[in-house]
Design a protein around this ligand. Sequence first.
Ligand SMILES: NC(=O)c1ccc[n+]([C@@H]2O[C@H](COP(=O)([O-])OP(=O)(O)OC[C@H]3O[C@@H](n4cnc5c(N)ncnc54)[C@H](OP(=O)(O)O)[C@@H]3O)[C@@H](O)[C@H]2O)c1
Length: 257
Amino acid sequence: MTDAPATPAARPITLITGASRGIGRAIAERLAADGHDLALTYRERRDAAEEVADACRALGARVELFEVDFADLEAADRLVPEVVAALGAMTGLVNNAGITGRIGGFLDAPIEESELVFRINVLAPIVVTRAAIAHMSTDLGGSGGAIVNISSGAATNGSPHTYVPYAMSKAALNILTLGTAREFAAAGVRVNTVSPGTTYTEIHAAAGRPNAPEERAPRIPMQRAGHPHEIAGAVAYLLSDDASYTTGTDIRVAGGN
Ligand SMILES: NC(=O)c1ccc[n+]([C@@H]2O[C@H](COP(=O)([O-])OP(=O)(O)OC[C@H]3O[C@@H](n4cnc5c(N)ncnc54)[C@H](OP(=O)(O)O)[C@@H]3O)[C@@H](O)[C@H]2O)c1
């Protein structure tokens, strides 16, 4: 008697926000290598996003690109249904897109900038996460899924003299993880955080300090900033079956800080 051929397991379908460069790009390429199909968002750098999509397709992934500015919460709300229509039932979400605001003292941070930081880093993840959970929850007819929120070491050190409002926004994101992890644990949805330390990306130039990784290196126990692929590994683990009993936790990838 011969065994029946095994049915190939369905490929995970994962949405990554802010995947045109930096940490989001590294996560996309790692997940493509791990066998995910991908929905990738970008705000304005279409060419960069196309490059990432091509790299992921070369690794065997189906990839769809979505242009969305998370300052527009209505556009954020439309994203998950658009992803499901394009690729099928979504099994994973990585809330990665984020901004810091300009580096400087707390008294110098304009309130309009803090408002935008909270809109992109907190309100948009709330909106996208709600839509994702409504789609994934087994209580609502979904098949379950996993969410990873990209926070920051800033959430627990406050980032004095640097960007206190950004640190506050990431602390709020950590509680989005904890609260939703516990509320939806019995509905098949796992929610976790990855907290990078200073990582080599363009986010520091946008904050006005392109050399921040080198400047901070002496204060990092490993004496260096991280690389995006070192963050991506933690995300891949949390989305994998290896993490099937892991929810509401935070993996800090910060060189010892
Ligand atoms: N790099 C670090 O040192 C570090 C440390 C701790 C935590 N983090 C966190 O890691 C995440 C990724 O950071 P990164 O360093 O990779 O950033 P990055 O290099 O600046 O890339 C940001 C990504 O987010 C997108 N994005 C920016 N503003 C957006 C908006 N308003 N709406 C929609 N998408 C937007 C960008 O799209 P476009 O390319 O189209 O502009 C890009 O894909 C962020 O949440 C950040 O807070 C970073």
